[in-house]
Design a protein around this ligand. Structure first.
Ligand code: FAD
Ligand code: S2G
Ligand code: ZN
Length: 512
C-alpha cells in the first residue's frame, strides 16, 4: 500500500482472526494453507518482487466446492480476497526506485522489469486464493476440439496436451510457461494468435465461476451455439477477479496446422508496414496466422542484450521489422503463396529485405526475437510501459509523437531523463506496446508521459489498455476510454454481483 499512497485500507473489511484460520483449516488440507512469512513472499509480490502486498494468508483450494465455501465464508465475514493465477498479469504502476533497487530487480526474476499491477497481488491484507492446485483437464472432445479444464491449468501445458492430439490453444503469450487459463480469461488476454483465432470472448464456450456469495455458476457448456438468454460468461472474461473466481474453462481449440511458415522482413517506413499488412490479407488471407512488428530501437535492445540468444538474420538495422507467420494444411501450397507474396513486395520496393525460416529451429529463432523484446526493453533501465490500441494507420504515430514531445522538452538523450522510445506489437489487432525507457523512475518523468499518452489514445479513437487490462494503474484512467454512462453501469454490475466488494478490491474500477 505504501506504493499507492492514494489508497486507504477499506475498514469495512475485517482483519483476519484465529477463528477465520480455524474455519479454513476445517475445510482445506493443511498443505493448502500458507501462513508462513517466507512462503507468503511469492504470493505477496509480483514478478519484480518489487510490489508487496501484506496478505497474511494464502489458500490453495483443490475443488470448486472448496472455492465456494471459502467465498461464502469470506463474504459473510467481510474478508477481502484476491484470486491469483500465474501472477504474470501486467498492468503496471510506475514506482520510484533508487538505482540500487533497480539493479537488483533486473535480476530479481526473469530479468524483466514488468510494471505489474498487483492485479493479482494484494494491496493490503486481502486473502490470496491461488488457483495453482486446480489444474486438471476435465474433458476433451476430439471431434469439436472443445477442451474443458480447471482454471489453474498453465497455458503451455494445455497447448502441449492439445499438440499431442493435433489441436492448438487459440492464444499464445510470452508468459505461456507461467500464466493460467483462468488468469488469461480473467484478463481477456490477447497475444500473438489473436489475429488468427480471435479473442477469448469468441473462443471461450463456457465458464464455471464461484460468485462472491459462494454460488457456483455452472455454465461449462461446450456448445458452439446457445442463444438462450444473456451470455453471462462474457461478464467474467476480462473482469480481473472483481466479480468472482473462475474455476473451470470450456474453450474451443482449433486444429493445429501442419504447415507453418515464418518470414522476417526489413522495411523503411511504417507506411510500408501497412502496405505489407494489407497485401498479406489479400495474398495470404486464409493462412495468415500472425503479423507482428517492431522498430529499430527494439531490435537494437534485443541485440544489445542478446535476449533469448536472438540474432538478427537480416544483419542490418532497418527502421522497421515485420514477422509474418502462415499456418495452413499444405506446405507446397503455402510455400508458393508466401514466396509469391514476398517476391511481389521486393519487386514493388515495399520491402527492403526478407528471410524465410527453413526449419523449426529458424522459426523458433525468429519468434525468439519478437518474444524477447519485452525482456530486452526492461534491461534498458526503467521502462514505462503502455499497451494501447488505435486504428492501424496511426499505430506508429504514437511513438513518433511521444518522441517528438520528449525531444521538444529536451528530456531525451545522453544524460537526460529518458534514453529511448520503443514501439512493437500486434499490427493486425491495432495494438501497440509503447515503451519509454528512462534512467530512473520519478514523478517528473511520469508527468512528462502521463496523461499525454492517455489523451493521445483518446484523441485517436484508441484504448488506454488494449489487452493487459486495468489493475491498479489504469483504473483511474478508465474515463479516457469509457463514457461515464458505461462506467456507472460497470459499477452497478459490480455492486449487484459483489455487494460487499470483497473481490479484488482497490482495482479495475475508478477509486470511489
Ligand atoms: P494473474 O497475473 O495471476 O492474475 C491476473 C488477473 O486475473 C488478476 O486481477 C487476478 O486477480 C485475476 N485472476 C487470476 N486468476 C483468476 C481466476 N481463476 N478467477 C478470477 N480472477 C482471476 N497479455 C496479453 O494480453 N498479451 C500478451 O502478448 C502478453 N504477453 C505477456 C508476456 C509476458 C512476458 C508477461 C509476463 C505477461 C504477458 N501478458 C500478455 C500479460 C497477461 O495478461 C498475463 O500474463 C496473463 O493473462 C495473466 O494470467 P495469470 O494466470 O498470470 O494471471
Ligand atoms: C507483448 C508483453 C508485455 C509487454 O510482448 O505482446 O503483451 O508489454 C506484450 O512488453
Ligand atoms: Zn502484447
Amino acid at each position: 500500500a505504501d506504493k499507492f499512497p492514494h489508497l486507504k485500507r477499506d475498514h469495512s473489511f475485517k482483519k483476519l482472526s484465529e477463528k477465520d484460520i480455524s474455519y479454513f483449516k476445517s475445510i482445506l488440507a493443511s498443505s493448502s494453507i500458507t501462513q508462513d512469512e517466507e512462503d507468503l513472499e511469492i504470493f505477496n509480490s509480483d514478478w519484480l518482487r518489487k510490489y508487496r502486498g501484506q496478505s497474511k494468508l494464502v489458500l490453495k483450494p483443490s475443488s470448486t466446492e472448496q472455492v465456494s465455501k471459502i467465498l461464502k465464508y469470506c463474504n459473510e465475514n467481510r474478508l477481502a480476497v484476491v484470486p491469483q493465477g500465474g501472477n504474470t498479469g501486467l498492468v503496471g504502476k510506475v514506482e520510484k526506485y533508487d538505482k540500487e533497487m533497480q539493479k537488483q530487480m533486473l535480476h530479481a526474476t526473469h530479468n524483466a522489469i514488468y510494471f505489474i499491477t498487483g492485479g493479482s497481488v494484494p494491496v493490503f491484507d486481502e486473502i490470496v486464493v491461488s488457483m495453482s492446485s486446480m489444474n486438471s483437464i476435465r474433458n476433451f472432445d476430439p471431434v469439436s476440439g472443445a477442451l474443458v479444464c480447471d482454471a489453474g491449468c498453465i497455458l503451455e501445458v494445455l497447448d502441449k496436451y492439445l499438440e499431442e492430439r493435433g489441436y492448438i490453444m487459440p492464444l499464445d503469450l510470452g508468459a505461456k510457461g507461467s500464466c493460467h487459463i483462468g488468469g488469461n480469461v480473467s484478463t481477456n488476454a490477447g497475444g500473438l494468435r489473436l489475429l488468427r483465432y480471435g479473442s477469448l470472448h469468441g473462443t471461450v464456450l463456457g465458464l464455471e465461476v464461484v460468485l462472491p456469495d459462494g454460488t457456483i455458476l455452472d455454465n461449462l457448456s461446450t456448445l458452439r451455439k446457445d442463444n438462450t438468454g444473456y451470455d453471462l460468461k462474457q461478464l467474467f472474461i476480462g473482469a480481473e477477479g472483481t466479480l468472482g473466481i473462475v474455476t473451470g474453462v470450456s474453450i474451443l481449440s482449433p486444429k493445429r496446422s501442419k504447415a507453418i511458415n515464418v518470414a522476417l522482413l526489413g522495411l523503411n517506413s511504417f507506411d510500408q508496414i501497412q502496405a505489407t499488412f494489407k497485401r498479406s490479407k489479400d495474398e495470404l488471407s486464409e493462412i495468415l496466422s500472425a503479423f507482428e512488428f517492431w522498430d529499430q530501437e527494439a531490435i537494437k535492445l534485443v541485440k544489445e542484450h542478446l535476449v533469448a540468444g536472438a540474432k538478427d538474420p537480416l544483419q542490418s538495422t532497418y527502421p522497421f521489422y515485420v514477422l509474418v507467420e502462415t499456418s495452413g494444411s499444405n506446405k507446397d501450397h503455402d510455400d508458393y503463396k508466401l514466396n509469391n507474396f514476398l517476391e511481389g513486395l521486393m519487386s514493388d520496393d515495399i520491402v527492403q529485405d526478407g528471410v524465410v525460416a527453413q526449419d523449426t529451429t529458424q522459426i523458433h529463432n525468429l519468434w525468439a526475437i519478437r518474444e524477447g523484446i519485452p525482456e530486452a526493453c526492461s534491461k534498458a533501465g526503467a521502462v514505462y510501459k503502455y499497451d494501447i490500441s488505435m486504428p492501424v494507420p496511426v499505430l506508429y504515430k504514437a511513438v513518433e509523437d511521444m518522441k517528438e514531445r520528449l525531444v521538444s522538452k529536451e528530456v531525451i538523450g545522453d544524460g537526460k531523463l529518458f534514453t529511448s522510445v520503443i514501439g512493437y506489437g500486434h499490427v493486425g489487432d491495432g495494438n501497440l506496446h509503447l515503451n519509454v525507457a528512462a534512467n530512473e523512475f520519478s514523478q517528473e518523468a511520469t508527468n512528462l508521459i502521463e496523461p499525454f499518452v492517455f489523451e493521445w489514445a483518446a484523441k485517436h479513437a484508441g484504448s488506454i489498455s488494449a489487452e493487459h487490462g486495468l489493475g491498479v494503474s489504469r483504473n483511474n484512467h478508465l474515463h479516457y476510454s469509457k463514457s461515464p454512462t458505461m462506467i456507472q453501469l460497470m459499477i452497478k454490475f459490480k455492486q449487484l454481483i459483489d455487494p460487499n466488494g470483497i473481490m479484488n478490491p482497490y482495482k479495475y474500477l475508478p477509486d470511489v
